[in-house]
Structures are given as structure tokens and as C-alpha cells.
Unconditional design. Structure first.
Length: 133
């Protein structure tokens, strides 16, 4: 079948910012074993990632943007981690290459220690200033 655009005036153009969805996600059936929340999280991460696949959003922000509970976010993230589609080190996400042969051997997210608890930005800068002085 020869395909023609339906609305030529509305053809998509490559945006200035970096973002893409690799068609192998569907063609190689990576998406088949993901839940809807995991797919939503993956699409969100693909959309907001920079050229190296990196982005950082708090759990609260992701939950709000995707209308997702914290429990569903955790389950979705675990699916993506187990399938080697993303790496995560709070709050940093990295979308991983689909053609990486070691993709499925990505280490699991380490458990947070008491010193890893969330901090206010002013406390982070205060600690940084103390470290540098």
C-alpha cells in the first residue's frame, strides 16, 4: 500500500529539542510484556530525556504528570529496570539503548540508606558549601 499524508499542512517536523521513540520498541516486542503504567512511564522518560537518555523528575512530579499512584510508579519502574529499558538512581533516570547486548543485565536500583532521604534544595547547597570550605 502506498501511503500519502492526510493533512500535508500538518506534517510533523523534527523539533529543535532532542527526543525520539525507537520503532524497535514495538517491532522487537519490547512493549508486549509491559503494563500500561510501565508504558506510560517509558514514553514520559523518552520524551523528557536529553540526548544521552538522562532526565530527573521526583516521584511526586512523575505521579502527578501521569496520574499514577506511588505504588503504580514503583511497579512500573521495576518493570522497566528488570527489562533493561532504563537505569535509575534517584532522582536520575537513564533510558538505555535497545541494541545493548547487556541490556538485560542492568544492576537493580540500590536500596536507599537513611542518609539518602530527600533533602530541601537549601540543605543541599548548605552541605555543598560546607564540603567545599
Amino acid at each position: 500500500m502506498h501511503k500519502q499524508p492526510i493533512l500535508r499542512s500538518k506534517l510533523r517536523k523534527l523539533p529543535k529539542q532532542f527526543s525520539w521513540v525507537d520503532q524497535r520498541l514495538v517491532r522487537e516486542r519490547h512493549i508486549d510484556s509491559l503494563s500500561h503504567p510501565a508504558c506510560a512511564l517509558y514514553l514520559f522518560l523518552l520524551t523528557v530525556a536529553d540526548a544521552r537518555g538522562l532526565s530527573f523528575y521526583s516521584d511526586l512530579s512523575v505521579c502527578q504528570r501521569l496520574a499514577m499512584t506511588k505504588s503504580n510508579l514503583h511497579k512500573a519502574r521495576q518493570q522497566l529496570l528488570q527489562r533493561g529499558l532504563v537505569a535509575y538512581q534517584q532522582p536520575l533516570y537513564q533510558v538505555l539503548a535497545l541494541d545493548d547486548p547487556d541490556r538485560l543485565s542492568v544492576p537493580q536500583t540500590p536500596r536507599m540508606s537513611a542518609s539518602d532521604k530527600p533533602m530541601a534544595i537549601k540543605d543541599i547547597f548548605k552541605r555543598l558549601a560546607e564540603t567545599l570550605s
